[in-house]
Design a protein around this ligand. Structure first.
Ligand code: DQA
Length: 146
């Protein structure tokens, strides 16, 4: 198996930086990608960083990662609250999947308190802003390197 992880981002995360900066911070997704690439590079791991606004594409990418990567860090965006398809995709994977959110979903509107995918994920990081990515990535890489 190639030393590679996928970092997958769901809907509206392409708008980071402009989108509700009081909730999600001022960094763009590109800024976050740059930080993630430096973390993976330092740990001798390749990284495929992607974003889509489409649920089925996220499922395709999870299935692809399961064939060719050592693990996934996933910010599912709003689909995390709604998607049984994502839950089923993660359940069928043999590699670790770390769910992450920039915001603390438990401290926000009630409809965000429930994540459909947490029960299928290896673990969950939320509430640390852009740092949630680095924390999730280090947790994932620790599992991959075990
Ligand atoms: C989010 C939290 C979700 O509730 C929201 O729909 C998002 C972003 C986060 O990173 O905090 O799009 O996943």
């Amino acid at each position: 198996m190639a030393r590679k992880v996928f970092i997958l981002n769901g809907p509206n995360l392409n708008a980071l930086g402009k989108r509700e900066p009081d909730v999600y911070g001022s960094k763009t997704l590109h800024d976050i990608e740059t930080e993630c690439l430096s973390i993976t590079q330092a740990r001798n791991m390749a990284c495929d960083f992607r974003q889509t606004n489409h649920e089925g594409v996220l499922i395709d990418w999870l299935q692809e990662a399961n064939e060719c990567a050592m693990g996934v860090a996933l910010n599912p965006g709003a689909y995390g609250h709604t998607s049984i398809g994502l839950y089923d995709a993660i359940r069928s994977m043999q590699i670790p999947v770390v769910e992450l959110h920039l915001s603390n979903i438990h401290a926000r509107e009630e409809f965000r308190h429930k994540s459909m995918i947490s029960a299928a994920a290896t673990g969950v990081i939320c509430g640390f802003g852009a740092n949630s990515y680095g924390l999730a990535l280090h947790a994932l890489l620790d599992i991959c390197d075990k």
